[in-house]
Design a protein around this ligand. Structure first.
Ligand code: PRX
Length: 661
């Protein structure tokens, strides 16, 4: 992370531009987006985006496509009314009620084929169950569920009754759950007794138990069961979802007609400050944009079997496992466990079994498959037409491996750049229309206008090959509406730096992505990574400050700073530099306590790679910790500028300490 734009002005000279790969003719011949006019048509702002909204069924058509009168609170498809659950479920019943909507594979090979008709029944029953517990329109329902059908069913049930969901990734700890329940003013938590990880049954309800003790609110808890019999571990205070569903068997709940601008969900994500932000997404613009990008970028057709091997607990799963694919009426695959369980060929075994056409994963997963070796995919007979990567930059080497060993040099690859905040893809190729270039996300999506600015906000020449801060100059339908309950933070995080915040003219407002990027001469964008104190661990976004405040919970710690270390597999991993309090011995037990604190506060996926004891941290004269220097140390790079340090010898001392000199 943190590649400095100015330092990288000549990046093109350092990084060799890769050769292009043409999309296979058999792909081009059948692609959804095959007419280059789409760029001009959708680029006609704002009316071009109407063709996206027209992919949906509306109860009432919008009066105005875009209202930019109160920047940066932009509105889309104003006056329109629709229901997301209706669009993802009910409207497919006429044509494909017996087609599988969700194809779920459990840890031990257990399978569930949920047809659109089944999904309709189950979503209705869950919607009735939620209502029976008092959930009303606009109540935020926190959903803490793993990769089991209960998760998309709960989301769609919430959408049906107009209750925004706030899904908290199952790997988050009790503390993280508690924080998000409080922050979202949520009075309902939907959880489950447990799920399987590497074949072992993992108690999940204990996180809800602990979270309830930590949170300020006192929400009602609804608990699903992973097996038919509810587990004894579940508190009697919690409502058993399965019994509730029995009570509401075959009940129908009329989908609530929502304003296009009514929120569909919140998704918490890390930022530069300690507390995660609740990105609030609207119903109409979001659903229209994810349906359109699922169609045009992912090339999804109703008859396809599509598998995005992400977790629904992150934005990728919301947009491209649940809402986009189901809005198009396709078959979306879900898998409960890890790719190496019970063997390293599991992913390819599933791909073969279900005859998956379109496959979607992260560069971290590709690097892992690469490390395991091509013999695993070679054992299985699967044939992808289309493959996606998302979440981190993919190195050309990993891209080439994916292309050759997974795609058999016969599938297109799209490298999709976007964020929790953007709702859907913003930079990536339309696969039939552009050639692929390993390591580049490609061109901007139709209607999207990225640009680069220097730190002073001056725009760089387009396609200059120089690095800068990535901004988006024009609003788009799936952009976040605000940070839940905190409009000021919305403005200060995403707009203030590169907009004229006094202006009422929306064209003076630029969305700041927080990433560094380069646009090559051919117009292709390469994303360099975050420029703020956010790291990307195996495609998961983690705030440095969040990690540091977790470490600070350990009493023995006087001071701590976290730096991102580059990692061949996970992209980045956190290194924690710690100064212990007077009289505390620097032992492995203290290190373990620090690691445990991070796991407790955030979750196991955020586990630090190294805890490094130091005597002092590098600080400026005003006392600010210079994390960039720690990053240089973690990555064994030349030290950056040390002249502003209060004690310029500190970084060298740390290096010596690390090497035990
Ligand atoms: O740094 C960029 C990186 O992931 C960040 C967004 O993280 P998150 O909100 O968790 O969403 C991840 C899934 C969309 C971005 O600011 N990122 C995302 N996609 C790419 C990427 N970096 C390089 N290439 C990508 N394709």
């Amino acid at each position: 992370m943190s590649e400095q734009p100015d330092a990288d002005a000549t990046i093109e000279a350092r990084l060799h531009e890769q050769d292009y790969f043409r999309p296979p003719a058999k792909f081009v011949g059948q692609a959804n987006a095959s007419d280059p006019d789409i760029y001009d048509e959708v680029g006609e702002f704002p009316d071009g985006f109407e063709q996206y909204a027209e992919l949906l069924d509306w109860d009432e058509r919008w009066d105005e496509v875009f209202d930019g009168s109160n920047p940066p609170f932009f509105e889309w498809f104003v006056g329109g009314k629709l229901n997301a659950s209706y669009n993802c479920v009910d409207r497919h019943l006429d044509e494909r009620k017996n087609q599988t909507a969700l194809l779920w594979e459990g840890s031990d090979g257990e399978q569930e084929n949920i047809t659109y008709q089944d999904l309709h029944r189950r979503v209705n029953e869950m919607a009735a169950a939620l209502r029976s517990q008092g959930v009303e329109e606009d109540d935020v329902v926190t959903v803490h569920l793993p990769m089991v059908p209960a998760l998309p069913i709960t989301m769609l049930a919430c959408a049906r009754i107009g209750a925004p969901h706030s899904v908290v990734f199952a790997g988050f700890s009790a503390s993280a759950l508690a924080e998000r329940v409080d922050s979202a003013d949520s009075d309902y938590v939907v959880t489950i007794d447990g799920y399987y990880r590497r074949g072992e049954f993992l108690d999940h309800i204990e996180k809800t138990d602990e979270a309830l003790e930590e949170m300020d609110r006192d929400p009602q808890v609804l608990a699903w069961s992973r097996h038919e019999e509810p587990s004894d571990e579940v508190s009697d205070d919690y409502t058993d979802v399965e019994s509730l569903l029995d009570e509401h068997e075959r009940e129908r709940v009329e989908p609530v007609s929502r304003d296009a601008e009514d929120p569909l969900f919140l998704m918490y994500t890390s930022g530069t400050t300690g507390k995660p932000k609740g990105c609030q997404h609207r119903t109409g613009g979001y659903l229209a944009y994810v349906a359109a990008t699922s169609k045009n970028v992912l090339d999804i057709k109703p008859g396809d079997t599509y598998w995005c091997a992400a977790d629904i607990g992150w934005i990728t799963g919301h947009s491209y496992i649940v809402y986009g694919p189901l809005a198009l009426g396709t078959t979306s695959v879900m898998y409960e466990d890890t790719p190496d369980h019970p063997h390293k060929g599991r992913i390819w075994e599933i791909a073969e079994r279900y005859d998956v056409d379109i496959f979607h994963t992260s560069p971290t997963a590709v690097r892992m498959f690469m490390k395991w070796g091509p013999e695993y995919p070679e054992e299985y007979d699967f044939d992808f037409r289309h493959m996606t990567t998302v979440g981190e930059p993919i190195q050309p080497e990993a891209w080439l491996w994916y292309y050759k060993h997974i795609g058999d040099e016969d599938a297109v690859i799209v490298d999709t750049w976007w964020q929790t905040e953007t709702g859907g893809h913003l930079i990536t190729n339309l696969p039939a229309l552009e050639d692929m270039k390993p390591g580049s996300a490609g061109k901007a999506c139709p209607g999207i206008e990225p640009a680069l600015v220097d730190d002073g906000g001056e725009k760089l020449e387009p396609a200059s090959g120089k690095a800068g801060n990535l901004i988006i100059e024009r609003p788009w339908p799936s952009m976040l509406q605000t940070v839940y309950g905190n409009d000021e933070r919305f403005i200060s995080t995403y707009w203030e730096d590169f907009s004229d915040t006094d202006s009422d003219d929306w064209t003076d407002w630029n969305y700041k992505a927080g990433d560094g990027a380069v646009q090559a001469q051919d117009g292709y964008w390469r994303i360099l990574g975050r420029l703020d104190d956010v790291m990307n661990v195996a495609g998961h976004r983690l705030g440095t400050m969040e990690l540091e405040s977790a470490v600070a919970e350990v009493e023995k710690v006087a001071e701590a700073a976290v730096a991102a270390r580059e990692d061949a597999e996970k992209g980045e991993v956190p290194d924690v530099y710690v100064v212990v309090r007077e009289g505390v011995e620097e032992t492995d037990a203290v290190k373990e306590e620090i690691v445990a604190a991070v796991e407790d506060e955030i979750g196991k996926f955020a586990r630090p790679a190294n805890v490094i004891f130091v005597d002092d941290l590098p600080k400026t004269r005003s006392g600010k910790i210079m994390r960039r220097l720690l990053e240089n140390i973690s990555n064994e790079q030349e030290l950056g500028d040390t002249t502003t340090l209060r004690d310029p010898s500190v970084p060298e001392q740390i290096r010596d300490q690390m090497h035990g000199d």
